[in-house]
Write a protein that binds this ligand. Structure first.
Ligand code: URA
Length: 239
């Protein structure tokens, strides 16, 4: 037992160990209740009053739906703008919708999404408390990698979503999300080991859940990243 373990982590970490780091489902204790934003947060942020943030996110979703800036707009079933709380303090960024997401219009609802939901639960949060979006809002055919031109065409939507939600911590899932937000090339393993910011938010780099499904040995490293994201959320509020 680790005596330095913060109280919020107890149930989740014990479960994670018991599950052999197969991220636990539904650790909904005290830590899963609304996370209060710190009192030191700047009061005047016009974008992040709850109503303004929701309106901004709705407007972005409508623009995404109408977007034909790249060819993906014409071959998708549904656009997948993103999902979650407009007041989320934790914001996850994935790569692009897959088949299930394309059919439902919601991010991370397939196999990788089920693992992501467990990863979120493992740090004591519910999906509804965070915001989840992708670099691309439309599915690339055959789930191929996003093309640079598609990422560039879609990037403003993601940046406006981040500005609207104004999270304290962003977790990028995999190389495409990390490179898009940091606007930097480089191996994921190196960027994962560094500290980053994205605007007002701390940015934590971790592995994509689809990769974790293929490489379960890497779950332990992802678990460390998630604990770091959670400890940043628990740290005194940003200036
Ligand atoms: N993979 C992603 O990157 N995003 C999704 O929404 C689903 C799978």
């Amino acid at each position: 037992m680790n005596s330095e373990r913060p109280p919020w982590l107890d149930a989740a970490l014990l479960d994670a160990e018991a599950f052999g780091l197969d991220f636990p489902r539904g650790t909904r204790g005290a830590a899963a209740r609304e996370i209060p934003r710190g009192a030191a947060e700047p009061a005047a942020n016009p974008v992040t009053t709850p109503r303004a943030a929701e309106a901004a996110l709705d407007a972005i979703a409508r623009e995404v739906e109408a977007c034909r800036a790249c060819s993906l707009g014409a071959c998708r079933t549904r656009s997948v703008p993103g999902q979650g709380s407009a007041q989320a303090r934790l914001f996850f960024v994935g790569e692009a919708p897959g088949a299930e997401e394309d059919s439902q219009g919601l991010p991370f609802v397939g196999a990788a999404g089920q693992l992501l939901t467990k990863m979120i639960a493992a740090i004591g949060l519910a999906r509804e408390q965070v915001f989840i979006a992708n670099v691309l809002k439309c599915r690339p055919p055959e789930n191929r990698d996003p093309a640079p031109a598609e990422m560039a065409a879609c990037r403003a939507f993601l940046m406006r979503q981040i500005e609207s939600v104004d999270p304290d911590v962003i977790v990028t899932l995999g190389a495409h999300a990390t490179r898009s937000l940091l606007q930097r090339e480089g191996p994921l393993a190196r960027m994962r080991g560094e500290r980053h910011r994205c605007g007002r938010a701390e940015l934590v780099v971790t592995y994509h859940p689809a990769y974790l499904l293929r490489s379960p040995d890497m779950k332990r490293a992802a678990w460390e990243d998630l604990k770091r994201a959670k400890s940043l959320l628990d740290a005194p509020s940003r200036a």
